[in-house]
Design a protein around this ligand. Sequence first.
Ligand SMILES: Nc1ncnc2c1ncn2[C@@H]1O[C@H](COP(=O)(O)OP(=O)(O)OP(=O)(O)O)[C@@H](O)[C@H]1O
Ligand SMILES: [Mg+2]
Length: 370
Amino acid sequence: MKKNPFYYGGTVEKKYFCNRVEELKEIKKDILSGLNILIYAPRRFGKTSLVLKALEELEKNNDIKFVFLDLMYLSTVEEFINKYFNQLAKTLEEPTDKVIKFFKSILKIRPNINASFDTSGNPNFSLSFSGEDIDKTLEEVLDIPLAFVKDNKKIVVVFDEFQETINLKLESKLRSVIQTHSNKIAYIFMGSKKSLLHQMFLNKNRPFYKSVKHFKIKEIQSDDWDNFITSKFLQTDKKIDNVIIDKILNITKGFPYYTQQFAYEIWNITDKIADELIFEKALKTILDREEDLFSVEFDTLTPNQKKALKIVVSKNGKNLYDEQYLAKYRIKTGSIQTALKGLLEKDILDKNVDGYYFQDPLFEYWMQHI
Ligand SMILES: Nc1ncnc2c1ncn2[C@@H]1O[C@H](COP(=O)(O)OP(=O)(O)OP(=O)(O)O)[C@@H](O)[C@H]1O
Ligand SMILES: [Mg+2]
């Protein structure tokens, strides 16, 4: 039996990677010039996949060495120090005894370095240090990458889900240390919570204010998805009509995770040719699966936010202060303004020159149909 040629969930590599040619080129150029960049996009938009692909290509070419740190679920500075140290130690040096020896020699305050091994025999490193040494240890760990810079090989450090550090009071120290790394080390800050990242990078009173290049990634365009989906069906001896692909993109708007999810589900139930009936079946499967999450998300909203969201759906994000609608939903102009602000802060809506729009296209579709 043939394997499904589509994938959704975690990071995707080559086989499942569609387009992003321009973005890859630009990121690689920025990294090689040693720029620090900030990449934000909604959840499941393909940030991690894109950055890893760029970094792997540069590393293969021997231009860089990269360290990738996922900061999801981080809650203390000690955790940050240990997570980062572990990642630096594992990525930059081997084998284990050399790691310990080398790091002992470069850390001035000489904390204890502990190594443990997981069930597959991979090492994990941590530091023991006292509470009063936190600041110094942090500073030293942040400087570790410098020791690995070579003449024509940059170090690139990626902080994924960087917004998770917002309450750790880490920013000043981090900013002042990495400033001294100039273009020898390139830093990539990534995350999915736009409102938090905006606070961190666009607020004049915060250390990272205007210190990085903002890198925007867009949805993958229809033509690219057309080619990608059509050819993957053909390669596996199945067919999908353009009309069906249009139906998919009409709902997903090119959002990578959902587009792959539709293609995956449709492929699964297609014997030879994907038709409308199959599309409807796949749509139902996907909505059934996502519905619980959407209704939980909707339930967490205030009554006015629920009303505002319904108006955004009905008015397609434009002219939201239409009196007819305000009367229908019994909401005042001031309240809808506050509600919209809250929806932006919760990263449910976003805004551009045309008006408000949903960050999650399937959530919007679900709202249109309840
Ligand atoms: N370039 C791409 N081509 C095809 N599919 C992609 C691409 N990028 C992402 N995807 C789809 O989106 C899914 C999520 O990708 P990825 O984990 O890189 O996104 P993310 O923005 O880092 O998500 P998260 O917010 O969960 O960290 C993948 O499993 C895949 O289905
Ligand atoms: Mg990610």
